[in-house]
Design a protein around this ligand. Structure first.
Ligand SMILES: [Zn+2]
Length: 363
């Protein structure tokens, strides 16, 4: 009788403990992903960590040379102190990567321990806005958000660092694209390594890894005419998605297309037409009034023609990219009055709206 009562009390006590501390596993469950799947990442002014506070080298690799996650798989754990609402924000951040790339955040629990060389612990820290170790390191590393910065966008930004994305305004060639108003702020440092943005990639003012407040307070002065927005405001940008798919070698489905600077001797260009006298036209894109606009590249003239406000504009020089398909993705140029559901992203407006490859008027 006594034994029976003891057992009952013990089980009841354990149940309460279970509900409080273990009910939420250290990974996002399928149910949690299902609950947020139809939600969009909200776009708005986003508070990011201050310069110098949010990406840190790992103690094991103080030089933090670029090191990518093996097989694009990132073993992770979740902070057990996350509330259900905070877990939703992390779920949205992870889902953003899963939707647009071949990168997969995989619960550490589901992996064989001996195969885990590295892992990221996704944490809440009330004393920081956001901070993460850069690139894959040996052993545990973290990506944190907290305080007033608990939003999907900040976690996407921090997980971008985990994946080896540096700050856009710190890439080596940034002086071609922005200047710093030293009356307002000190120039940000240059990243020691090109984590992701090899030279000659178009600069992305609306990258998730681009600080935004510094554009609005006059610290950054964009050199491209027409640029009024900085930072993505929350989601991955069109160019972020491309860079990640290139970094991690994603080729599945239609992820294998690549934009290459015209001066980098691109191959596998995507042909979109032919002039009456035989010159071939390829798909290209270039900046115009702050937008990155897909157009047609005339190889003979070395010009990229983009459409804007009902007119055609010729672009020349060092900042033209052409669409290539080196991985066998079947990119088919179609005439259509409706945007096909599988149209690929080709550019974006200054206002962060995606421009898909739908260029009937250019042919
Ligand atoms: Zn950062």
């Amino acid at each position: 009788m006594l034994l029976s009562r003891n057992v009952t009390r013990k089980v009841t006590f354990k149940c309460h403990i279970t509900i409080c501390t273990l009910d939420l596993p250290k990974y996002i469950t399928e149910d949690e992903f299902a609950a947020i799947r139809s939600q969009k990442i909200p776009i708005g002014n986003m508070t990011l960590p201050k310069y110098g506070e949010d990406s840190v080298p790992h103690a094991a690799r103080p030089g933090f040379g670029p090191r990518l996650w093996i097989n694009a798989q990132v073993p992770y754990t979740l902070d057990p102190s996350f509330s259900a609402e905070q877990r939703q924000k992390v779920a949205l951040a992870i889902q953003a990567y899963h939707d647009a790339t071949c990168i997969r955040f995989i619960p550490k629990q589901t992996l064989i321990a001996s195969m885990i060389e590295s892992q990221v612990d996704i944490l809440h820290d009330p004393n920081v806005c956001g901070v993460a170790h850069l690139c894959m390191n040996t052993g545990a590393q973290f990506a944190k958000f907290g305080g007033s910065c608990v939003s999907p966008g900040v976690m996407i930004h921090e997980l971008g660092h985990t994946l080896c994305m540096g700050h856009e305004q710190s890439r080596r060639d940034r002086d071609n694209w922005i200047s710093f108003n030293t009356a307002v702020c000190q120039p940000h440092g240059i990243d020691g390594a090109d984590f992701n943005r090899g030279l000659n990639k178009l600069y992305d003012y609306v990258s998730i890894e681009h600080y935004e407040g510094e554009c609005y307070n006059g610290c950054f002065q964009p050199k491209q005419p027409g640029v009024t927005k900085c930072g993505s405001g929350g989601p991955l940008s069109v160019l972020d998605i491309e860079i990640l798919n290139e970094m991690y070698g994603c080729t599945q489905g239609c992820l294998g297309y690549r934009y290459v600077n015209i001066n980098n001797n691109p191959t596998y260009l995507v042909q979109i037409g032919e002039e009456p006298y035989g010159d071939i036209l390829y798909s290209c894109r270039a900046y115009h009034q702050g937008d990155i606009i897909p157009g047609k590249y005339h190889a003979g003239r070395k010009e990229c023609y983009v459409a804007y406000n009902g007119g055609e504009h010729s672009k020349t020089g060092a900042h033209i990219e052409v669409l290539t398909s080196p991985n066998g993705a079947k990119l088919v140029w179609v005439r259509s009055n409706q945007l096909p559901s599988n149209a690929i992203r080709g550019g974006r407006t200054n206002e962060r709206e995606t421009i898909k490859h739908f260029c009937q008027n250019l042919l």
